[in-house]
Design a protein around this ligand. Sequence first.
Ligand code: FMN
Length: 422
Amino acid sequence: MQISYVSSLLHNSQVSKYHETHDKSNIKAAKVSVSIITSHIRPSRCGTIAFVCIVAFIFTIFFHKKENMAHLFEPLTVRGITLRNRIGVSPMCMYSYSDGFSNDWQVIHLGARAAGGAGLVISEATAVEPRGRITPFDVGLWSDAHIESLARMTRVVKSNGAVAGVQLAHAGRKASTARPWENGKPILPDNPQGWSVIGPSPLAFNEEFSIPHELSLAEIKEVQESFRLATRRALAAGFEWLELHAAHGYLIHSFYSPLSNQRTDQYGESFENRIRFLLETVQTVRLEWPEHLPLTVRISGTDWVDGGWSMTDSVELARRLKAEGVDLIDCSSGGNAAQAKIPVGPGYQVPISEAVKRGANILTATVGLITDPLQADEIIRNGQADVVLLGREMLRNPYWALHAAQALKQAASVPPQYLRAF
Ligand SMILES: Cc1cc2nc3c(=O)[nH]c(=O)nc-3n(C[C@H](O)[C@H](O)[C@H](O)COP(=O)(O)O)c2cc1C
């Protein structure tokens, strides 16, 4: 922990250096072009051309600044949707529902964070089928009956100025557990509260979990159909931002990671085959989700295990996802290997976002121990991510975005009822 904290600080200072160096190199480039041009001209025209060069020099600096102007409070438009700022509430399970129906808790929880100034509010992992829940208390979209309770929540989020996002999920081999505050352990299928779990291969997450049923080709199509139907329902419920949960060792991640996928058919072995389940799911969902709305995918950028899924794999995956119409990659990590040693520290997943953003030329979100407004702003200004998601910090402080606006001297979207407090 100590080491990772230090390495993260090092990283942050490298970030500032990067910014400085980038600035300096651009100014140097402008100076060089001015001197090259002036060295090739006749003295008689010198005055005019020198004037043109000075104007060009000023323009170079101006446009360079403009290119780097994105900051935490600059709106972001993705397809037909505009976030009022780059701050998002990371999806966080509340395990507080009965039969998958949203309720007052979700309305107050997410509504408060919309009123608290976040641009994007992504609701928690929302199960596309009952056996895709992490616990029996997860929210879901596996039937039309679920639409209305979620619509109530999205109306509150939107009327408070945020974009309402949904995270469609299937927990795969990590499904059927108790709530974290009720020991969080797997509930085995012979317990009336539990169920049989599924996965690409009959490999349990660890010795406490049950061995998943290996999906047949026909069953794979059935799960993908559940994602399609849940997408249609998410639209009906008023969501305007869709994230597929392909991280943290859940079903989709367990297909693309070599640690959990031992199939020998078209869904296993090679990189091409292991990402097939995700790519097909994206294709299915993209057809159902309107063209004008953003489609995003949360990935685990690395398994943090030798021989597991790597950042290089993630960059290539992101390129393929972009070609399928995915607009943004939400870069998380880990969750598929119980033995993984994760170097947790402030902003520890930012390098994943940066690598994916630069390598695949796609919008990214970053998440993980981002708590400070300056830290969040610098991530955006340095072009390491386009959206900063906050998890636990948002649980502690629903008004984080309003405080961040004050700290960064930006206009805050303070609800008029609260103006006397800000
Ligand atoms: C209570 C809680 C529930 C979470 N549920 C989800 C979830 O439903 N889907 C998901 O992708 N990540 C989930 N996460 C992970 C967060 O979205 C986030 O990636 C992680 O907490 C790291 O960010 P932080 O350091 O800002 O908390 C959850 C985290 C917490 C604390």
